[in-house]
Ligand binder design. Structure first.
Ligand code: ZN
Ligand code: ZN
Length: 426
């Protein structure tokens, strides 16, 4: 599918505007549900140039809601490609450390964080994989100070999608540009629950459903989860004192926010040394502009000891070699097959959507907030409980309409959680 898509250089970009109703709906969700931006609070927003119409609508909505200062950091497809086409070799080990330190300072001073997604998911697919890998590693290392307050949930933050032509044409390469764009816009409106008469109220109700599932899982105190489906027989041990989360939650700054819109998952921290068996991906993974398809992995004592992919195997191996924790799990998440994202039937080539279509696991860094008392735990304490540490956090999809999931208690008792991809207790 990807090879048939036009290359970024031959794209002719017709002038397709986003429906102002959709832009304003997304802007209201971003400010009032995703971020729950507080009066006087500053906002640091990252956006690709293709999502600028939404960035502008959000900026207006944020100031109407009493924002202190909104600062947008803008990335651009052509500038990114210019680096890979014309950059000197040494360029690919560089990253703007100064910028990420500045972002960290803004968060320390109370700013919220918003990321807009809408860029071409295969932007770097044609570029030299080793250069892409080096650039990703340099960026991940430099980004650390800006990621820590997000991973530790110190501040309210959110990721919001924007319908764009470059993204739509990758998803629907056989459609004329305008039709492709409309399909993506429609899918975003549905999965963001903008078809409800009061989308903010619809999100409150959805957050309550997710909270009930978390309560059930948190009181069951399972020792591990057992996944069984085609190509998968995987036991995922859960970290000591693990804690399930999903939907809205309260950041350490006291603000309740929805870090992802859309979101359908409940997730927790697995034990980095207690994952065994084999697992097959049920969807391709779009990773930093490259596509990895047909992933199969075998785990022993928490570590991926075998990994292959039908396509993008070099990118996968590069990713797993980032550091020791990159070959271990940092997240396990349950998503019903009937989720609106899954029901849309589309593959978005973007984790924000695709991870909400299926149960998934993530290689790399764990969320400390998915451990009881996690906010106050030191690195050593997190690791002693089984929490993984890495520069990366990469989700990939293992759930499907054929996946069964059991919760296993410490005494071996098995409780059916999901059958054929659906929750046993609704
Ligand atoms: Zn997840
Ligand atoms: Zn994740």
């Amino acid at each position: 599918m990807m090879n048939d898509a036009p290359s970024p250089h031959s794209l002719t970009i017709p002038d397709i505007g986003v429906d102002p109703g959709l832009l304003n709906g997304l802007a209201r969700l971003a400010v009032h549900v995703g971020l729950n931006l507080q009066p006087g609070q500053d906002l640091v927003m990252t956006t690709p140039t293709c999502a600028l119409p939404l960035a502008r609508a959000i900026t207006a909505e944020a100031y109407r809601a009493g924002a202190g200062l909104v600062t947008a950091l803008i990335s651009d497809r052509d500038m990114m490609l210019a680096r890979f086409h014309h950059g000197h070799d040494a360029s690919f080990d560089k990253a703007p450390e100064w910028l990420y330190k500045g972002m960290a300072t803004a968060y320390e001073n109370g700013a919220a964080r918003l990321a807009l997604v809408g860029e071409d998911p295969f932007l770097l697919a044609q570029e030299d994989a080793s250069k892409v890998g080096r650039a990703n590693r340099a960026n991940a290392a430099a980004y650390r100070p800006a990621l820590a307050p997000i991973a530790g949930f110190h501040i309210n933050w959110s990721i919001i999608p924007c319908p764009t032509l470059e993204w739509a044409q990758r998803m629907f390469p056989d459609h004329p540009p305008e039709a492709a764009f409309n399909l993506l816009a429609q899918a975003i409106a549905l999965t963001a629950r903008l078809d409800h008469p009061d989308p903010v109220a619809a999100w409150t109700a959805h957050n309550e459903t997710l909270a009930r599932r978390c309560q059930m899982l948190n009181s069951a105190r399972f020792d591990s989860l057992q996944f069984k489906g085609p190509g998968t027989d995987l036991r995922v041990g859960l970290a000591q004192g693990h804690f399930w989360q999903g939907g809205a939650s309260v950041a350490r700054n006291g603000v309740r926010c929805n870090p992802n819109i859309p979101t359908e998952e409940v997730f927790t921290t697995p034990h980095a040394a207690r994952v065994d068996g084999y697992v097959r991906a049920t969807k391709p993974l779009s990773h930093h502009g490259s596509l990895i398809d047909g992933i199969e992995m075998r785990f022993e004592a928490g570590r991926a000891v075998e990994a292959r992919a039908a396509r993008g195997g070099d990118v996968l191996r590069d990713m797993l070699g980032t550091d020791d924790g990159a070959a271990r799990l940092g997240e396990v998440a349950l998503v019903p097959h009937s989720s609106p994202v899954s029901q849309s039937g589309h593959l978005f080539f973007n984790t924000l959507f695709d991870e909400n279509a299926a149960s998934h696991i993530a290689m790399g860094q764990c969320y400390a907030s998915c451990l009881e008392g996690g906010d106050g735990l030191s690195k050593e304490e997190i690791s002693a409980r089984g929490g993984n540490e890495s520069l990366i956090h990469v989700d990939w999809m293992i759930g499907s309409g054929q996946m069964d999931v059991d919760g296993l208690k410490a005494d071996g008792e098995a409780v059916a959680l999901m059958r054929a991809g659906e929750w046993v207790t609704p």
